[in-house]
Design a protein around this ligand. Structure first.
Ligand SMILES: [Zn+2]
Length: 91
């Protein structure tokens, strides 16, 4: 006689909050990394979830820094252009 649908463990209610949580679109729920199968697939629907690991924070910060740097350079370029043309055309 089986108490639940799963072979082991009742659903959820675990205290450990790992930040390595992957979202499964098919099941429309979060899947903890320790819940994944050996292949890195969703335990419920079998979808491959390892390709959708959350982006590391360092990667995000690097992207933000790059964007800010590019905007800064663009701003400098525009300012330089304005001054450049003002110097040549103004009197
Ligand atoms: Zn799933």
């Amino acid at each position: 006689m089986r108490p639940g649908p799963g072979p082991d463990g009742p659903d959820g209610a675990r205290a450990d909050e790992s930040d390595q949580v992957i979202w499964c679109d098919s099941c429309d729920r979060q899947v903890g990394e320790e819940e994944l199968t050996e292949d890195g697939a969703c335990p419920d629907c079998g979808a491959d979830l390892l390709g959708r690991r959350p982006i590391p924070l360092s990667f995000k910060l690097m992207g933000i820094a790059t964007v800010i740097y590019l905007i800064w350079r663009l701003y400098q370029l525009v300012e330089w252009l304005i001054h450049h043309f003002a110097a040549h055309h103004g009197r």
